[in-house]
Design a protein. Structure first.
Length: 219
């Protein structure tokens, strides 16, 4: 069941990707960074499966390390499109160089790109959660209608749920608390369920994306 859940959880991202392909002409271009991220995420799942079945499982860490860098920058770009940096555009570039610097330092100086490196994952996940919380606060103030139909609110909710737990998982990985294989297995089992839930939230968000979105701020 655990292996099946891993596949279901990982490839559940295909739901939002397929919906985005069908509705692409009806979606505001401001959401494109997220859509690109979702498509790359699905490609990453297929590529990881191919490497595993081809006997190159050791290369999955390289694949995933490259993916998390792209993910961090694309979601950061998405927040920029939503207006998170409209009063402080310099902060966007600070985060870009910060993400790239931490990623490069960890993968090529402190450690190796062939390992699963956690410090970068903790860093960018924490920043994305803060940006999502701030964006939700903006939405609550500006949007008086049903926020459950607001794609930005749904996406930010998914970001908070997924990346908050991701921070916890990576911290457990860094410090090995505790070192029990059973405990770590349970941690990743919960992670798979959360990933599945977050991907379903993104799918609903894509359904509600429209050409005109009254709640979007200038970037």
């Amino acid at each position: 069941m655990s292996n099946l859940l891993i596949y279901i959880s990982g490839f559940s991202i295909s739901i939002s990707v397929i919906i985005s392909w069908i509705r692409l002409n009806k979606i505001n271009q401001v959401f494109y960074p997220l859509l690109i991220c979702l498509n790359i995420g699905l490609l990453n799942e297929f590529f990881g499966l191919f490497l595993t079945n081809s006997g190159y499982a050791i290369s999955i860490s390289i694949n995933n390390n490259v993916y998390v860098l792209l993910e961090s920058l694309l979601i950061l770009w998405q927040f920029k499109n939503w207006g998170s940096f409209h009063n402080r555009k310099y902060l966007f570039w600070i985060f870009v160089f910060l993400f790239a610097g931490i990623w490069g330092t960890e993968n090529f100086i402190i450690s190796k790109i062939t390992y699963t490196n956690s410090y970068f994952r903790v860093s960018y996940s924490f920043i994305l959660v803060l940006l999502a919380i701030n964006q939700i606060n903006e939405i609550i103030v500006r949007d008086r209608k049903n926020i459950l139909l607001n794609p930005v609110f749904l996406i930010c909710t998914g970001v908070i749920i997924y990346f908050t737990y991701k921070v916890l998982v990576e911290i457990f990985w860094i410090y090995g608390l505790p070192k029990s294989d059973e405990f770590r297995g349970n941690i990743y089992l919960i992670h798979d369920w959360i990933n599945l839930f977050s991907n379903l939230i993104y799918a609903f968000a894509v359904l509600w994306m429209q050409k005109r979105q009254r709640f979007l701020l200038p970037s």
